[in-house]
Design a protein around this ligand. Structure first.
Ligand code: DAH
Length: 346
C-alpha cells in the first residue's frame, strides 16, 4: 500500500469485493425463511451502514460506481422478489390453517322459484278472489259422512272401498277430494255462497306418469238464485284462460258425479302436441282438467237447503294437472321428486 493514494484507484473499492458481496447476499437471501429474517438481511446488505452503501458513498471512479450500483440494483430486486415469495408462502400457510380462502370466487347463490303447484294455487286464488269468491281451507282427515254420505255417494260406490281410499278407521279417512268443503261451507254459511277451497287430497293409487297418491285440488262452489250451466261454463272458461292462455281450446264433456246433475268434465287442448296427439294426452289432443256440474238437489237437502229455492254449480280441478297443462310438463312425478332438475325450469 502506498502512503499517497493514487486518485485513479480509490482504496475503498479495493476493500469491497463486489461480486463476492453479491454472492454472499444472494446466498443469505435464499436461506431466509421468514419475513423477519429478510428484514434483518436487508439491513445487513442494503442498509445505510452496510458495506455496499458505505462503498457507494466513498466511490470515486465511474466504473466502480457502476459496478456497485449494479450490485445494489440486483440485490434490491432479489430482496423484493424474495419478499413477495415469502409473503405468498405465508398467506398460503395461513389460508390452509384457516381453511378459508378469501380469494376464491364466492359460492353462487341460487335464487329459488315457487313450486309449479304453488304457482297454480296462487293464480287460482287470485282469479277467484277477483271474481268475488272467498277462499277456504279444510281438514285433510275427514269422516265418511262428509267425504261420501252428504255428497250423495251411493252406498255401493267403489270409491268407498279401502282399495281406493286410505282409511284411518271405519269412519275416518284421508279425504279423496276437496268436495267435502262444499258441505262444510253450506252448513256454516247461508247462501248466496261463492267459495273456493284448495288443499291436499289422498287416493290409494300406484305412482305412474299421471297418478300420485297425494295431490292437490281446488274446489269451487257457487250457490245463489237462478244459477245456470252457462254460468259454470263461463267460470271454468275464465279460469282456463287465466291459467293456460287464450290460444288453448277448452271443451266440455258430459259425465257423472254423485253430487252434481248434470255433470260435465272440462278438457283443455294438449299444449305439448298442440292438439295433434301425443303420449301425454294419450293421443287424444285433450287433457282432462277436472269435474264439474250443477249442485244435485240431494246435496241441498243433505245440508237443509230447499232445492226449489237455491241453484248452484260446483267444480273440482287438480293443481298438479293445472301445472302440467300450464307448463307443459309431460308427467306428474317430477312435481314430487327431490331431483329438482325439472322443477328448476319453472
Ligand atoms: N271431486 C271430483 C274428483 O275428485 C271432482 C269434482 C267433480 C268436483 C264435480 C266437483 C264437481 O265439485 O261438481 O274427481
Amino acid at each position: 500500500m502506498s502512503s499517497k493514494p493514487d486518485r485513479t484507484e480509490p482504496i475503498t473499492v479495493a476493500a469491497v469485493d463486489a461480486a463476492g458481496l453479491q454472492d454472499e447476499a444472494l446466498a443469505a437471501l435464499a436461506g431466509a425463511s421468514t419475513l423477519a429474517e429478510l428484514t434483518e438481511l436487508r439491513t445487513r446488505y442494503l442498509g445505510r451502514r452496510s458495506e455496499l452503501k458505505q462503498a457507494l458513498r466513498e466511490v470515486r471512479d465511474r466504473e466502480t460506481g457502476m459496478t456497485l450500483n449494479a450490485v445494489r440494483e440486483r440485490l434490491e430486486q432479489a430482496f423484493a422478489e424474495r419478499e413477495t415469495q415469502l409473503e405468498r408462502e405465508q398467506l398460503e400457510e395461513r389460508l390452509t390453517a384457516d381453511g378459508f380462502d378469501v380469494t376464491l370466487p364466492g359460492e353462487e347463490l341460487r335464487i329459488g322459484t315457487l313450486h309449479p303447484t304453488t304457482q297454480i294455487r296462487r293464480i287460482v286464488e287470485d282469479a277467484f278472489l277477483g271474481l268475488g269468491y272467498e277462499i277456504r281451507d279444510d281438514r285433510e282427515v275427514e269422516t265418511v259422512e262428509y267425504n261420501f254420505d252428504k255428497l250423495a255417494f251411493a252406498p255401493t260406490h267403489p270409491t268407498r272401498s279401502p282399495r281406493d281410499t286410505l282409511f284411518l278407521d271405519e269412519n275416518t279417512l284421508l279425504r279423496t277430494e276437496t268436495s267435502p268443503s262444499q258441505i262444510h261451507q253450506l252448513e256454516e254459511h247461508e247462501p248466496p255462497v261463492y267459495m273456493v277451497s284448495i288443499g291436499r287430497v289422498y287416493r290409494r293409487d300406484d305412482i305412474d306418469a299421471t297418478h300420485y297418491p297425494i295431490f292437490h285440488q281446488f274446489e269451487g262452489l257457487a250457490v245463489d238464485r237462478g244459477i245456470t250451466l252457462a254460468d259454470l261454463k263461463g267460470t271454468l272458461l275464465r279460469v282456463a284462460r287465466v291459467l293456460f292462455g287464450d290460444d288453448r281450446r277448452v271443451r266440455f264433456r258430459t259425465h257423472f258425479f254423485p253430487f252434481t246433475e248434470p255433470s260435465i268434465e272440462p278438457d283443455v287442448s294438449c299444449g305439448i302436441c298442440g292438439g295433434a296427439g301425443c303420449r301425454t294426452c294419450k293421443f287424444t289432443g285433450w287433457t282432462e282438467f277436472g269435474g264439474a256440474g250443477m249442485v244435485d238437489p240431494a246435496v241441498f237437502e243433505n245440508v237443509g237447503l230447499d232445492p226449489e229455492k237455491w241453484t248452484g254449480f260446483a267444480f273440482g280441478c287438480g293443481l298438479e294437472r293445472g301445472a302440467q297443462l300450464r307448463f307443459n310438463i309431460a308427467e306428474v312425478r317430477p312435481l314430487w321428486s327431490p331431483d329438482l332438475r325439472v322443477l328448476r325450469q319453472f
